[in-house]
Design a protein around this ligand. Structure first.
Ligand code: TLP
Length: 342
């Protein structure tokens, strides 16, 4: 089976497993796990932030971030398809007591003007707006990359209104590899940054939330409150550390594989796909003439596993487990199922 459902489905490589088996560990709730400390320091360094904290998931990282930036009753801004809003089980409301104002982005990318237009005056009728969340690359946007000028524009609009900025950088690694813009340059526009090791980098578990020392001290308290402080967790942090050092550069392969698959399937009947919009490792395309789930089922019988993310939208994500020859096989399966030239 060629599993293109997500880049979260990867298995740790033998080298990663060896690093995990040999990891030095300690009780991280006492701050005594040397591998976790190394991962936190190294990630903070790459992101150009003072410190960072290791958490079990990207969801927790985002939600601890939101909790730290806000008070109950506040309003936060994010794109209408942002993971923090769309896929995190209503956590901003449940865990932080905030309301989410949705901005009308294009492929997940909104403008400084969108931020300005959504702002309301400080008045007793209105909630206090305190935070803007950006997602780069943008998952439901099809792995879209925020242009750095756009980030600057949103940053300036947010700062002018006294708002904080959080970056969901679950796939920031992909953006950096694709553009050559350093993770630290992207991160520089944000007060807090969440990055994941369990997506494109292929580690089994974990994310990091980075920011100022003061912010992360607060984040550690909420991590504990949300049940995310772990004990001898260096055993999994070692996989993340290995991935961080060895799997960032190879993301170009995932991007090339995505482009190749997208270029081939865009030619097929029943598929609407703009190949130029495939910028990283995620391909989102529209299916016509049949429900997306039907096409998913037919492809699965032919050994290719993708995901319906809407009634007529499918997502395919290239990843560490998918080789160039797997892409050739996937293209063949698409052609067989949709009746293009074999
Ligand atoms: N995304 C998953 C699903 O939840 C949809 C996927 O398969 O892509 N931010 C972004 C941008 C994400 O894509 C994800 C996971 C997360 C945060 C959450 O990470 P986890 O799954 O570790 O909580």
């Amino acid at each position: 089976m060629i599993d293109l459902r997500s880049d979260t489905v990867t298995q740790p490589t033998p080298e990663m497993r060896a690093a995990m088996a040999q990891a030095r560990v300690g009780d991280d709730v006492f701050g005594e796990d040397p591998t976790v400390s190394e991962l936190e320091e190294r990630t903070a360094e790459i992101l150009g932030k003072e410190v960072s904290v290791y958490v079990p998931s990207g969801t927790m990282s985002n939600q601890v971030g939101i909790r730290c930036h806000t008070q109950v009753g506040d309003e936060i801004f994010c794109d209408v398809t942002a993971h923090t809003y769309y896929y995190e089980t209503g956590a901003p409301a449940a865990l932080s007591g905030v309301m989410v104002r949705l901005l009308p982005g294009v492929r997940g990318i909104f403008t400084g003007q969108d931020v300005k237009a959504a702002l309301r005056p400080r008045d007793d009728h209105f909630p206090c707006t305190t935070l803007v969340c950006v997602e780069n690359t943008h998952n439901r946007g099809g792995g879209s990359i925020w242009p750095i000028q756009r980030i600057e524009e949103v940053h300036d609009a947010a700062r002018a209104a006294g708002l904080s900025l959080h970056l969901d950088g679950a796939r920031l690694w992909n953006a950096s590899v694709a553009t050559g813009i350093g993770e630290d340059e992207y991160a520089g526009y944000f007060d807090s940054v969440s990055v994941c090791f369990s997506k494109g980098l292929g580690a089994p578990v974990g994310s990091v939330l980075a920011g100022s020392a003061e912010f992360i001290e607060r984040a550690r308290r909420f991590r504990k409150m949300f049940g995310g402080a772990m004990r001898q967790v260096g055993i999994i942090a070692a996989g993340a550390l290995y991935a961080l050092e060895h799997h960032r550069d190879r993301l170009v392969e995932d991007h090339a594989n995505a482009k190749k698959l997208a270029s081939a399937i865009a030619e097929l009947p029943s598929i609407e796909l703009d190949v130029d919009e495939v910028e990283t490792n995620i391909i989102c395309f529209r299916v016509t003439g049949m429900p997306a789930v039907d096409l998913v089922g037919r492809l699965k019988k032919d050994g290719v596993w993708v995901r319906a993310i809407g009634e007529d939208v499918i997502r395919a994500v290239t990843n560490l487990m998918v080789s160039d020859s797997d892409i050739d096989r996937a293209i063949k399966a698409f052609r067989q199922v949709l009746g293009g030239a074999a």
